[in-house]
Design a protein around this ligand. Sequence first.
Ligand SMILES: [Zn+2]
Length: 143
Amino acid sequence: MGDAVSGIGSYINGSAECEIYSGSFSKPSEWKGINATVERIGEAISGTVSNELAHLINCYHAYMFETFDPTITGAISSEYYPKEPEYLPLSITEWDGEYYNKIIATQNFITLEQRATINKYFSSHSIRTISFANSGRCCNEKC
Ligand SMILES: [Zn+2]
């Protein structure tokens, strides 16, 4: 539904680019017929735009989990980036009741119906990352 073309964290070097594929929303039943409303399509497209823009300013899918902890063995790739959710340790990905409503939620963790109806928000990890990008410092003592 979208792609952060220039990659995670690319905003910092001034060449950030992402794409949203609006045609992706024309085929599933969640956006067809009586479900083809401005509210449902707008919610889904805005959620995808927010997800891709978040990648450009260094947010990772792992940040949908409030339980994400980079010090847990297996949480970080060999390049020191958070792993994609399907490769994270179970202790990080265990159900916390609400990861589907995070802006950085990704497929397998959010349904199409949730994309069409839920106004998502940033996790605490993403908020700290964005705060750091904006101010050059952390927003609280946790990071
Ligand atoms: Zn994403």
